[in-house]
Design a protein around this ligand. Structure first.
Ligand code: NZQ
Ligand code: ZN
Length: 391
């Protein structure tokens, strides 16, 4: 196990009707004037926004609103949010929605207290200071409710990039599984896929002797394998929703990623797809992961064989561990397809002719110098081959 520091100060309020505590939680964490930030309207239609406003009013917390966050959130609305917060003297950002809304909120929170262009953080500058952020989560997926990360797409060039810093870890996150019951099956499946990816990206490590985090990751993967089909079959299954919701948080606040190197090549390769085609991040990952894993499998075939046996129930072939490893990757892909996820470029809406452009932005965009690194370092030829495996 490697040395590590871990700071994860988010307060979680989990369960039925938890959103009614929004007002008291904002107060508890120092907010007096709130920006309520939300997406394309699901929280309006479900009545959640009204309940949140009522809760803020009951606690005498003032607020202004900014809706309109798109999936794969854009820089334009972030600039708008920063201006609004400055003008209105906002001191707390409340994200009501999914990972996109939370990420946009984190970007605004960092931008309000920064003299320069907030995009500096998405070019690699660590976020040291931000307004406090609270979240009311409506989809189990990105894990942004507990993570120190935010992913934004810059409209000029459609660069999708991440920024990080403990300052943008939410002060509190409200997790009510019932709020996720209105999700369309496709979005639910996208979320489960993203959570699975966050687990694989950590599982694929070059560190050794990481038994505790290996086992935690496997437990969360097994939970998804059990609960995923149950929730697709019955979207109102509260208990399955609850387990997936907490798994999503646990997968990505990094409790199970400490002390080990991590991968993130699948995420980087996917981000070009969701930036270019505006597909859902999870759908992009469903196509990306099997291709990346097949391509890099021989780097550490026993790691892939281990997850195949422990999570997917494959029989270990000691003479030919690559057979076991491959079987595990196939099980993952079949699991995702059964949830309703795409399996190739065509189903995703991606186009073979764009591969050179995808590879170019991936490997040279925003200061990269011809490769991406993770479990394996991948150059432009590798990335081209991986995208071709997705055809
Ligand atoms: O915009 P609204 O109308 O709210 O609709 C959303 C959106 O269309 C809808 N939705 C959410 N909750 C719903 C609902 N519809 C009905 N009922 C509900 N309860 O679902 C759609 C997707 O929402 P979005 O917020 O985009 O989903 P997700 O949470 O998957 O977030 C995806 C974004 O997070 C980034 C991704 O790259 C992507 O941009 N990520 C952020 C990470 C982080 N900050 O730590 C890590 C992840 O790896 C990921 O990269
Ligand atoms: Zn993700």
């Amino acid at each position: 196990m490697e040395n590590f520091s871990f700071y994860s100060p988010t307060f979680f309020e989990f369960g039925k009707d938890a959103e009614n505590n929004a007002g008291s939680l904002v107060k508890r964490f120092g907010g007096s004037k709130v920006l309520i930030h939300y997406g394309g309207g699901s929280v309006v239609r479900s009545g959640l926004l009204d309940r949140v406003k009522a809760s803020l009013k009951a606690s005498n917390v003032q607020f202004v609103e900014l809706g309109g966050v798109k999936p794969n959130p854009r820089s334009g609305l972030v600039y708008e949010g920063i201006e609004l917060c400055k003008k209105e003297n906002v001191d707390f950002i409340l994200a009501v929605g999914g990972g996109s809304t939370i990420d946009s909120s984190k970007a605004i929170a960092a931008g309000v207290v920064y003299d320069g262009d907030f995009w500096d953080f998405y070019m690699g500058k660590t976020i040291e200071q931000a307004l406090p952020v609270g979240t009311i989560l409506t989809i189990a997926a990105a894990g942004s409710e507990g993570s120190p990360d935010s992913v934004i797409t810059k409209e000029e060039g459609m660069f999708k990039r991440g920024a990080s810093g403990d300052a943008i870890r939410p002060r509190f996150s409200i997790l009510n599984p019932a709020l996720t019951q209105t999700l369309p099956a496709y979005q639910t499946a996208c979320g489960i896929t993203d959570i699975m990816a966050h687990l694989y990206e950590r599982y694929l490590t070059n560190s050794t002797e990481v038994e505790v985090t290996d086992r935690m990751i496997e437990a969360l993967m097994l939970t998804l394998v059990h609960e995923g089909p149950r929730v697709i079959e019955n979207p109102n299954n509260y208990e399955a929703r609850a387990n997936i919701l907490w798994a999503g948080m646990m997968a990505h606040n990094n409790a199970c990623g400490v002390g080990r190197s991590q991968d993130w090549n699948s995420h980087n390769i996917e981000h070009e797809l969701s930036a270019t085609y505006d597909c859902a991040h999870g759908a992009g990952l469903a196509v990306t992961m099997p291709a990346v894993f097949t391509y890099v499998m021989n780097h550490n075939v026993m790691r892939f064989a281990q997850v195949a046996v422990r999570v997917w129930g494959c029989q270990m072939d000691f003479e030919h561990p690559e057979v076991t490893a491959k079987a595990g990757i196939k099980c993952l892909q079949n699991f995702l397809i059964a949830l309703g996820m795409p399996k190739n470029f065509a189903e995703l809406g991606a186009n073979e002719k764009d591969i050179p452009q995808l590879v170019n932005t991936l490997c040279y965009g925003d200061g990269r110098t011809g490769s991406i690194s993770g479990f394996v370092t991948l150059n432009t030829d590798d990335c081209t081959n991986i995208y071709k495996l997705m055809l």
